[in-house]
Write a protein that binds this ligand. Structure first.
Ligand SMILES: *Cc1c(COP(=O)(O)O)cnc(C)c1O
Length: 352
């Protein structure tokens, strides 16, 4: 398929790089492609960023049949534009699609489309320390009908947003509320898919934690609470020299940062295991002085150290509320690879 390109006639003014708020400003162009049953995906095109005109009956507005991805383009020291493991985002998009009954996309073609879009808007990739161009591919169900069934038409869209440094004031560990009432994802549910409904379902817990003075929640499940994720990040604990993260049991979002951290640790010969991990183990380890570090992982923050955990009033502080040594080493290595400042021994970088 050939991608048609319609360039904007009114390029927007670029924002101040030192003052970017996440996800508010979008570049000059977007990518769109349509799907119809019997016809497949068709009409791939890059057009000026602008409004979508949609019918109020459009199925995604009612039943939430929608999936998305989140990835970043970084400006390398030599001005090259770099993507981090973007093929993994395309694979995950198809795994999300499968769960939500959205037709499969051609992963290679969609990655080429993303590269072409980023290349067209390459002047929008900010260069200041810690900044990047956030890439948001998403798919929505577009049937103009209220019948409760998988839609027979869809749109695949990619929009781009320049984002500022996640840590403009340096990395500060966050205080976390352990959530045992609201549940993010259950076995057999949609936890492993990046589907919109998961995020709608998570907002109440997040809002209540904020009200109590915490930045994020630690998601758990079960009578004996088992740890799942932290906010919308995967979670790691370093206990007595060993790094532990919850195994991918269908309720955990398989983060690409999570996978990269596991691979990095293995390459450094740091013991790392994926298994079930219970809250009581973590609190016990903390009391015995064995809980050394804990952090969340995700594309937005890369590494977000956890300073304390509050479980029904019991509070533990991790590493005196400071970022741990291993957390810092992982952060430096990953961001170094992503921005082209460090060698890429794993072949993770794809140039636009
Ligand atoms: C996107 C996401 C992550 C992190 O995935 P990355 O690929 O590392 O960005 C973790 N948990 C949830 C719930 C997510 O939506």
């Amino acid at each position: 398929m050939e991608i048609k390109i319609q360039r904007t006639e009114n390029p927007k003014e670029k924002p101040d790089e030192s003052n970017l708020v996440f996800g508010r400003i979008f570049t000059d162009h977007m990518f769109i492609m349509d799907y119809e049953e019997g016809k497949g995906w068709y009409d791939p095109r890059i057009v000026p960023y602008g409004m979508l005109e949609v019918p109020p009956s459009m199925s995604v507005l009612h039943y939430g049949q929608a999936v998305f991805e989140g990835m970043k383009a970084y400006k390398g020291p030599d001005g090259r534009i770099l993507l981090f493991r973007p093929d993994e985002n395309m694979k995950r998009l198809n795994r999300s699609n499968e769960r939500i009954c959205i037709p499969e996309i051609d992963e290679e073609f969609c990655l080429e489309a993303i590269k072409e879009l980023v290349n067209l808007d390459r002047e929008w990739v900010p260069g200041a320390e810690g900044t990047s161009l956030y890439i948001r591919p998403f798919i929505i169900a577009t049937d103009p009908a209220l019948g409760l069934k998988p839609s027979s038409s869809y749109k695949f869209i990619v929009i781009l947003s320049p984002v500022g440094a996640y840590y403009p004031q340096g990395i500060n560990p966050v205080n976390i509320y352990v959530e045992t009432e609201y549940i993010r994802a259950i076995p057999g549910g949609t936890g492993y898919a990046k589907t919109s409904g998961n995020y709608a379902a998570s907002m109440k817990a997040q809002a209540e934690a904020l009200e109590k003075g915490f930045i994020q929640v630690l998601w758990t499940i079960g009578e004996r609470p088992m740890v799942q994720e932290v906010g919308s990040m995967n979670v790691f604990f370093k206990i007595d020299g060993e790094v532990i993260t919850p195994e991918l049991d269908g309720s955990i979002l398989p983060g690409i940062t999570r996978d990269s951290v596991i691979r990095l640790l293995k390459s450094w010969d740091v013991p790392v295991v994926e298994r079930r991990i219970y809250l009581d183990e973590i609190f016990e380890a903390a009391e015995e002085g064995k809980l050394e570090e804990s952090f969340g992982t995700g594309t937005a923050a890369v590494i977000s150290p956890i300073g304390s955990l509050n479980w029904e009033g019991r509070e533990i502080t991790i590493n005196n509320g400071k970022m741990g040594e291993l957390s810092a080493k992982i952060y430096d290595e990953l961001t170094g690879i992503q921005t082209g400042k460090k060698p890429d021994p794993f072949g993770w970088i794809v140039e636009v």
